[in-house]
Design a protein around this ligand. Structure first.
Ligand code: ADP
Ligand code: MG
Length: 688
């Protein structure tokens, strides 16, 4: 029996090349082999007699080789191996192509399983073409005569090899420790872990495969639920300042706005203001489509905090956005005489004094002279200390990182501030339950009234020139254009090559007389900022960018969003791109290009053309392409499920309840295996 951490190189029949292929699949050890689950199965469990075979059936037969030989097929320049197999009821012909070694491995007289689809040939009647086969020699079959696993492969690795190695690794499956608490196992009638792991690879039948799947999905979802609940409990242990809901002041402020809040904005603001009254820190995510008006909701929370005598910080992902928000809040809160500061690495600014020194700003913050501080990551530098932080808002992020949260807490002396994160990524509730199990959720679905719909069109190559003409005309009118390029070459992870090519093409051949800007992830922060500033000032008319283009950036004058290779993006992500235009009174457009005209692609893209609802589009992505496509979810910490899926809603709910109950009744330190499992995802360390 191999120890679980045995490197794959040490296994029988694994040479350097095979080890490399395995590693490229993420398989380094025996344990990895055990946890490398099949993505589907072939059912060869049905043993048939040759006389009963019918065309089209998937079957396994057991017989003896009567004859086997190779020949070369000259027209088709390939080897053909032909064999005749018989059982006690009849015989059937088998054909394999380009596997001449078969005639060496298999000999007349050998007993053999053949699994595959029964084919018909006009002349010769029934036959098998390139079926799976397995010699019967006393050991158990892995490739035929049962439900057999199908795995992802790489390089020259064959499915048979991988089945062989997996079976070998399963010899050590007893060493895998059970980590689910006994009462949870019993209550939910779960298979033992070792049995589930065996059955997931080589199931006895479909019923036991289902039970194995259920157990392993349970494991993944339970761990995530437990993790969220632990974070939640940890956070709830902290004490936050209770911020009284100053209803009159807030109402006065709202009625002074030039517009009416939407119902969803009111509801979100209400939830936030009520949360902040509590002495446990708020941990809330405000989700709302681009342009749905999240900023004003955040402003209400900040205002309430400040009226109560506490400071609030507002953290943006980039300098440009921080600056934009500083401008917005300065104007919005001007009648309230609130002191607002901007703090980024390149600029320190106070609303009533203009640019000031860093030293002065740090001092003012520490002494509580500044009430609202807007900035970037610079807000959590070591040298910054707050006087009495009551609320921390983070824009365009799904949650505060554990580290950020800890730093802000440390900066606010004894009390933990309330946390509000905001994102334009529309994440359906089912998904949010997993990804944000530790957060409360407010959703703004309703858009402010009177927005112009962005006209979205799929442009065929034949009409590309027309689109360029249209763009020229718009630019003549003073408008601006975004061009988004996809990742094309997989080795070009940031899409730099593709975006540079597009940039060259547009600036040399198509629009030689316009100023064209270039933006991608490899540029330095200052260079990115410079390009965005130039674009904002309309010194650049066309901005060619990878998907790094800032979420939330406001270029009211931009009216055209061109998306190249649109089949390569998720719908929700493209919806976000589209949200970069249509921010002012001008009619705006989104042009989609693709060289993949498959009906599936066209159907998907037509959803984007028809719908303007980010949540709907995200659900569509989720259904058709899986959660990875819903923009930003990877970064937000959704684990790559091996087996569970977001469609397992019942199980998601069940495991959430089990995790809660477990933590209510037990001390996790009494469950070392479970704790070890959680340590694998390194969460407890971060908290302690
Ligand atoms: P996002 O949710 O993308 O951050 P913003 O908060 O930047 O959106 O709001 C987009 C624009 O809509 C801003 O100019 C804001 O002033 C305006 N806005 C917000 N709420 C409303 C409303 N209820 N009615 C009309 N305009 C609104
Ligand atoms: Mg915003």
């Amino acid at each position: 029996m191999y120890p679980l951490n045995t490197p794959v190189e040490k296994l029988t029949r694994v040479g350097g090349a095979t080890a490399r292929y395995l590693k490229s699949l993420g398989i380094f050890t025996v344990s990895d082999l055990i946890y490398n689950f099949p993505y589907r199965y072939e059912d060869f469990s049905h043993l048939a007699k040759i006389v009963d075979l019918k065309p089209g059936e998937m079957v396994t037969i057991r017989g003896r080789i009567v004859l086997i030989k190779n020949r070369r097929s000259w027209q088709r320049r390939m080897y053909v191996t032909e064999a005749l197999i018989e059982d006690e009821t009849g015989s059937i012909k088998i054909v394999w192509f380009n596997q001449p070694f078969l005639a060496k491995n298999l000999n007349s007289g050998d007993e053999i399983f053949i699994s595959g689809k029964v084919d018909t040939d006009n002349l010769l009647g029934l036959q098998f073409v390139s079926p799976s086969y397995e010699k019967i020699n006393g050991t158990k079959s892995l490739n035929t005569a049962k439900i057999v696993p199908v795995y992802s492969l790489s390089g020259n690795l064959t499915i048979k090899q991988l089945r062989f190695l997996t079976n070998l690794a399963l010899g050590s499956v007893r060493l895998v420790k059970e980590w689910l608490p006994k009462n949870i196992l019993q209550k939910n009638k779960l298979l033992s872990l070792t049995l589930a792991l065996k059955e997931i690879h080589f199931p006895k039948n479909f019923k036991s495969l289902d039970r194995a799947r259920y157990r392993l999905k349970f494991d993944e979802l339970f761990l995530i639920a437990l993790q969220s609940q632990i974070i939640r409990r940890y956070l709830d242990k902290n004490k936050a300042p209770s911020i009284e809901f100053k209803e009159k002041d807030i109402k006065d402020f709202v009625s002074s706005l030039s517009f009416q809040l939407t119902n969803d904005q009111k509801k979100a603001a209400w939830q936030i203001l009520l949360d902040m009254q509590k002495e446990t820190p708020m941990n809330r995510l405000l989700e709302g489509d681009v342009g749905s008006g999240k900023t004003i909701v955040a402003a209400l929370a900040a205002l309430d905090t400040i009226i109560n005598g506490y400071q609030a910080v507002f953290m943006a992902p980039t300098e440009i956005l921080a600056k934009q928000h500083f401008q917005t809040f300065k104007e919005l809160l001007a009648p309230q005489k609130i002191k607002v500061a901007l703090l980024t690495s390149s600029e320190k600014n106070l609303n009533d004094q203009g640019v000031i020194t860093e030293k002065k700003l740090i001092k003012d913050i520490k002494e509580g002279k500044v009430e609202l501080i807007i900035g970037t990551q610079a807000l959590i530098q070591d040298k910054i200390e707050y006087n009495n932080l009551g609320l921390a808002i983070i824009d365009e992020q799904h949650r505060f990182g554990v580290e950020q949260r800890k730093q802000l807490k440390d900066k606010s002396k004894s009390l933990t501030p309330h946390f509000l994160s905001m994102t334009a990524t529309p994440i359906p509730r089912s998904l949010a339950l997993i990804v944000y199990g530790d957060l409360d959720l407010s959703i703004i679905r309703e858009m402010p009234a009177g927005r112009k719909k962005i006209i979205t069109k799929l442009v065929s190559e034949a009409n590309r020139d027309k689109a360029y003409q249209f763009i020229k005309a718009e630019i003549k009118k003073g408008r601006q254009v975004f061009v988004i390029c996809p990742l094309i070459d997989p080795s070009d992870k940031l899409g730099v090559k593709s975006v540079i090519n597009e940039y060259k093409k547009l600036s040399k051949n198509i629009f030689p007389d316009l100023n064209i800007g270039l933006l991608h992830g490899k540029l330095k922060a200052e260079e990115k900022d410079r390009v965005m500033r130039e674009f904002k000032a309309n010194n650049i008319q066309i901005l060619v960018s990878t998907s790094v283009i800032e979420v939330g950036i406001d270029i009211p004058n931009a009216t055209i969003m061109m998306i190249e290779g649109s089949d390569r993006f998720g719908l929700a992500q493209m919806h976000q791109f589209r949200g970069r235009v249509g921010r002012a009174e001008h009619q705006s457009y989104c042009f989609l290009f693709t060289d993949n005209g498959s009906p599936k692609t066209l159907e998907r893209l037509s959803a984007l053309i028809k719908s303007n609802d980010g949540f709907k589009l995200a659900e569509y992505d989720l259904q058709f392409r899986g959660p990875g496509e819903v923009y930003g979810i990877r970064q937000s910490g959704l684990p790559d499920f091996k087996i569970a899926s977001l469609n397992d809603l019942d199980l998601i709910n069940l495991t959430k309840n089990e995790a809660k109950e477990f933590l209510n009744q037990c001390n996790i330190n009494d469950f070392p295996e479970l704790k070890a499992k959680l340590d694998e995802i390194k969460i407890i360390d971060h908290l302690e």
